[in-house]
Design a protein around this ligand. Structure first.
Ligand code: NAP
Length: 309
């Protein structure tokens, strides 16, 4: 049975930074990712707030460079979905769909996934007009109407990116004030292609094989409006950016959770010795690429110290 020094679960910015530091420290490291590297950041069209990233840096181009750097330091990689863990012994056991993995220390970097809008018809029409990724799907709506649900930084930034494609982008927000940072709001209000539907929520999405209509309710007046796709287009895009859900189900009972997020101290230690958590899965105020990467570096160095003792 192979026992790694460290296993990192998740290859977003936090997991990749942890991999880089663990690899560089010559720890025998395995990085497990269930899908593609990058996590949420690969769905970000433009990154202008990660130090060193200048114009034209996208989430996926930044992640591609991070992945390459991790490979350079000899970190082993495996594609698997961890479904259960046992952190009770000195050797931690991870049970994946494809196999079982053992390590003396574990760094959890599983992040979070987009929260669904939560209305009838949404699930059935994912990829058929409903999307959670502007970079992936924006170009399907060239010169069409696009709607974005949400009022935070992500919703407003991605809505502005989508103005490159759509003839009109409408942000549907449940309040009459955006949550997005002032600098982002100001840019959005100046963009002539941007429109806002305030105090509104989407209550239904429908269509035969693709989005053809949706129903939007004004939460103040209770009035419901049905929005149909213009005849010449036949469809329109609905992008949901209303926050994220932590991917921590597999750690229930194994590590302390707070509303699904993992509390740590500033060394990224969880309540279980030898188990660390980094990035968006942590209880924290600022969820950014730069903070996830910093968490990853700290966790790997602290894991090294833990293993020495
Ligand atoms: P967020 O800040 O949690 O905003 C979520 C938005 O969705 C809020 O406007 C919220 O409305 C709305 N919402 C939540 N649940 C809803 C529901 N069930 N139905 C309708 N609307 C709903 O999420 P985020 O924008 O993804 O940002 C996450 C974190 O990443 C934040 O810390 C943010 O600052 C950061 N971020 C930073 C940048 C940047 O600095 N450039 C870019 C992207 C993200 P209310 O406002 O009414 O609560």
């Amino acid at each position: 049975m192979q026992v790694y020094d460290v296993i990192i679960i998740g290859a977003g910015p936090g997991g990749l930074a942890a991999g880089l530091y663990a690899g560089r420290s010559r720890l025998n490291t395995l990085l497990i990712e269930k899908e593609k590297d990058g996590g949420q950041i690969v769905i970000t069209s433009e990154i202008e707030n990660y130090p060193g990233c200048l114009d034209e840096e996208s989430g996926s181009s930044l992640i591609a460079r991070m992945t390459k750097q991790v490979e350079k330091f000899g970190v082993e990689r495996v594609k698997d979905n961890i479904e259960k863990v046992d952190f009770t012994g000195d050797t931690k056991v991870l049970y994946g769909k494809n196999g079982e993995y053992h390590a003396r220390a574990v760094i959890i970097a599983t992040g979070a996934f987009p929260r669904p809008i939560g209305c009838p018809g949404e699930k059935e029409l994912i990829g058929k007009g409903v999307s959670y990724c502007a970079t992936c799907d924006g170009n399907f709506f060239e010169d069409m109407d696009i709607y974005v649900v949400g009022g935070g930084d992500t919703a407003v930034e991605e809505a502005m990116y989508l103005t490159k494609f759509g003839r009109k982008v409408t942000v549907i927000h449940r309040r009459d004030e955006l949550r997005a940072a002032k600098s982002i709001r100001e840019k959005a209000f100046k963009n002539p292609k941007m429109n806002f539907m305030w105090d509104s929520v989407v209550t239904e999405i429908g269509g035969d094989g693709m989005v053809e209509y949706m129903v939007v309710k004004n939460v103040k007046t209770g009035e419901e409006t049905r929005i149909d796709a213009p005849e010449e287009d036949g469809t329109f895009g609905i992008f949901g950016f209303i926050g994220f859900l932590p991917q921590s189900g597999m750690f229930e009972g194994a590590v302390e959770l707070e509303n699904g997020y993992i509390p740590t101290n500033e060394k990224m230690e969880t309540n279980v010795p030898g188990v660390f958590a980094v990035g968006d899965i942590r209880v924290k105020d600022v969820r950014q690429v730069v903070t996830a990467a910093a968490d990853g570096a700290i966790a790997a160095l602290m894991a090294e110290k833990y293993l020495e003792h």
